[in-house]
Design a protein around this ligand. Structure first.
Ligand code: PLP
Length: 394
């Protein structure tokens, strides 16, 4: 009989995956389910990236690379930072990882001792608390309130800091809310982090997906001091529709990056060589496909947003970025006779045949997440189904 380590038995299974699995099972039975659970762009990777990866294989680049990524990709990442944020990094301040997720995982492993605290604002990306716990840390959950567009205030941050606080995670644009922290908000949060010497983990994976004239600011570009206080996490998964390629990176303090590279050398070794060649092409090549994908998401958002908000009991703040809608549906659950949003979500799947993700997995019991990384037609049909379901049941 196998007994598992305590640290994995405490892992919470992903709610996202559970509902997606059930939707898949229903589809396999021939049931017409519309899935709005997707966490990845629905476009193929731009052709020139695929070509560059293919060429690299034919040219024989099929071996290990340095654990922290090729010099060429680090240079491409450095030039991206220079161009987009006017930030200057040295190669020793960059590590390329197997996706942004693994950059975060490795970061918490090298940063945290048992009992160290990491402040995580709600609604949060599902993996943050689990990754912190896996590193022996304690997630300190701080509520980003709806009235503050699901963002935490500097006062809330101050109140949550203890002598064990090591870091705070800022995810802007946010998964699941699509909200963006403004430069002023970041400055105020950054000031506290500087005063209390709290490391800022800035997850900027949705940086390129911003809409309606909204812009992304990296907290690292606000001042030199803040750049030194921040580890930026980013990657090509969402910007270049390369989720399956598994290329992300972290940028910041050389000592932290060196420790991460050391750990990577004993765990993953380098991220897939072929994918690194693809990522170089992603950053050094034509950026038009990135803009084209952004425009498609923006168009979808602007078509479906009002329709979603018109469903009785749905209360949604218009997302500024990423590709998710995160309405508060507490009232919709109440008027349709469900005691919780989780039960409402189950009924949506079984009755309306629409799969959405319950907000409980993101630390927000009253919300659901719908992804618009799917065709406009499916999205509109799904919203119609939800609307009819709510009307029928109330
Ligand atoms: N951070 C956030 C907020 C995400 O939503 C995701 C992916 O869903 C990631 C990081 C991980 O990205 P990657 O696919 O590069 O590991």
């Amino acid at each position: 009989k196998v007994s598992l380590a305590k640290r994995v038995s405490a892992l919470t299974p992903s709610t996202t995956l559970a509902i997606t699995a059930k939707a898949k099972e229903m589809k396999a039975q021939g049931i017409d389910v519309i899935g709005l659970g997707a966490g990845e762009p629905d476009f193929n990777t731009p052709k020139h990236i695929i070509q560059a990866a293919y060429d690299s294989l034919i040219e024989g680049h099929t071996k290990y690379t340095p654990s922290g990524g090729t010099a060429q990709l680090k240079e491409a990442v450095i030039s991206k930072f220079k161009q987009d944020q006017n930030l200057t990094y040295k190669p020793a301040e960059i590590i390329v990882t197997s996706g942004a997720k693994h950059a975060l995982y490795t970061l918490f492993q090298v940063l945290l001792d048992d009992g160290d605290e990491v402040i995580i604002p709600t609604p949060y990306w599902v993996s943050y608390p689990e990754q912190v716990k896996l590193a022996g840390g304690n997630p300190v959950i701080v509520e980003g309130k709806q009235e503050n567009s699901y963002k935490i205030t500097p006062e809330q941050l101050s109140e949550s800091i203890t002598e064990r606080t090591k870091a705070v995670i800022i995810n802007s644009p946010s998964n699941p809310t699509g909200m963006i922290y403004s430069a002023e908000e970041l400055k105020a949060i950054g000031q506290i982090c500087l005063e209390k010497n709290i490391l800022i983990v800035s997850d900027e994976i949705y940086e390129k997906l911003v809409y309606d004239g909204n812009t992304h600011t990296s907290i690292a570009e606000i001042s030199e001091e803040l750049k030194e206080q921040t580890i930026v996490i980013n990657g090509v998964s969402k910007s270049h529709s390369m989720t399956g390629w598994r290329i992300g990176y972290a940028a910041g303090n050389e000592t932290v990056i060196k420790a991460m590279t050391n750990l990577a050398s004993h765990s993953t070794s380098n991220p897939t060589t072929t994918s690194q060649y693809g990522a170089v092409a992603a950053y050094m090549g034509d950026q038009q496909p990135v803009e084209d994908m952004r425009k498609s998401f923006e168009e979808r958002l602007n078509i479906v947003f009002e329709k979603l908000n018109n469903i009785p009991g749905f209360d949604c703040i218009k997302p500024q970025g990423a590709f998710y809608l995160f309405p508060n549906v507490k009232e919709a659950a109440r008027i349709t006779g469900y005691d919780s949003v989780d039960l409402f979500v189950q009924a949506l799947l079984e009755d309306a045949k629409v799969a959405v993700i319950p907000g409980s997995g993101f630390g927000s019991e009253d919300n659901i997440r719908l992804s618009y990384a799917t065709s406009l037609e499916s999205m509109e049909q799904a919203i119609e189904r939800i609307h009819e379901f709510v009307v029928k049941k109330s």
